[in-house]
Design a protein around this ligand. Sequence first.
Ligand code: FAD
Length: 447
Amino acid sequence: MANKHYEVIVIGGGISGAALFYELAKYTDVKSIALLEKYDALSTLNSNGTSNSQTIHCGDIETNYTVEKAKSVKRTAKMVEKYCLQYGYENKFMFAHQKMAIGVGDDEVNYMRKRHEDFKELFPYLEIFEKEKLKEIEPKLIFDEHGNERPEKILGVGVEGGQWSTVDFGKMSESLVENAQKVENTITDVFFNAQVTSIKQIGKKHELVAGGETYTADFVVVNAGAHSLYLAHRMGHGTNYGCLPMAGSFYVTTKKILNGKVYMVQHPKLPFAALHGDPDILLNGFTRFGPTALALPKLERYHGNSTVIDFIRTLRFDANIAKIFKDLLVDSDIRSYILRNFMFEVPYINKRLFVKDARKIVPSLQLEDIEYADGFGGVRPQVLDKENQKLMLGEASVNPGTGIIFNMTPSPGATSCLGNAERDTKLVCEHLGKVFDHEKFCKDLVD
Ligand SMILES: Cc1cc2nc3c(=O)[nH]c(=O)nc-3n(C[C@H](O)[C@H](O)[C@H](O)COP(=O)(O)OP(=O)(O)OC[C@H]3O[C@@H](n4cnc5c(N)ncnc54)[C@H](O)[C@@H]3O)c2cc1C
């Protein structure tokens, strides 16, 4: 059988791959695009609605973002909103919930007031919620199990409604692929059960083997989550990076406890977002607390141990990686954070410890109110930068300039899917001499 040739092949049918597939079809003159997905459906891993917190992270309540970072994520977060509104997906898989970040105790309350000052120009809709207002709009933040008010000072900064806050990114991936395939005069093929096992550069093209078939492409973009770096290393690219998969688990409540999203002030030393409570759009709005942060020696969760070897190869353990781990472990705050997050996975102790932490948000929370959410929570492919001996917190790309790009997209990668795809669409078009109708793109998704 003849090889299947495409101008562009996208590897990975999560939200990143789906967004790029859509943008290439809708806004460029690329004539043939294929999406190769390892499993039998789109977004079965990290982009699934059960794997992440379903939050459009635009920077208004994420206290670990600086104003600069918030500015850049706000632009890409708006693209998600605009895409969904363009097709009428609001209240289907995009929802507007009340949302806020809370400060508890004198220091955090002062911090939140200052943060409001710093961020109000960028997010003019943000309001300060004093204790009396919180009693009305999010009463579980205030009262303990005996109906007494919590003794500490508390302050919320957020918005009661009117801002799109929540998306089922799994459903959004499906819509992106469906809408790409509606574009006329462009070949938009999707192949499931097509795990890419080898990529070779042959002249200016790439030859890929996936699911027993051979494909060739003028340009390849690898959006395979933690496996992106694995595939890059196999081609000899990105060897200055290692990957540390950080799993995030959740606890669900047996009823609706919070009316909206409640985030907490980030401990400045800790690398991952502080625990938060979110109404789960797949569980009737019951509150989901999490995520935890646990280093996991495999690239995919809930798929047996088949990716343990892939993890070992992708970590590329050496003296630089050892130094990164040593620097993390030397700090007592980070050490106890790692230990505590490990304990959140140990049966019996886990729930008891977790409920204590979650009581900082809901003081009345009881052991019987929460359950470990089995099968929930994905893996964040955190990148270890060997040259600078640092754990990178955001996204990373490896672009050798030879017509292939490898993307690693930990949180907030789902929010930035259309923005990342915009960047890659530009690169693909520059390389292939194709036209990206950026004006139309901006009209639809930015302006
Ligand atoms: C606990 C947790 C909470 C999070 N919360 C949020 C949030 O609230 N908001 C937000 O914006 N982001 C959040 N994120 C991050 C977000 O989920 C990810 O950034 C996003 O889902 C990444 O999408 P992706 O398409 O790059 O990767 P994935 O969703 O992992 O998709 C990769 C795809 O590639 C496929 N694949 C892998 N290897 C191959 C191969 N060899 N051949 C073919 N296909 C392959 C996989 O099967 C998969 O379908 C969270 C992540 C976690 C873990």
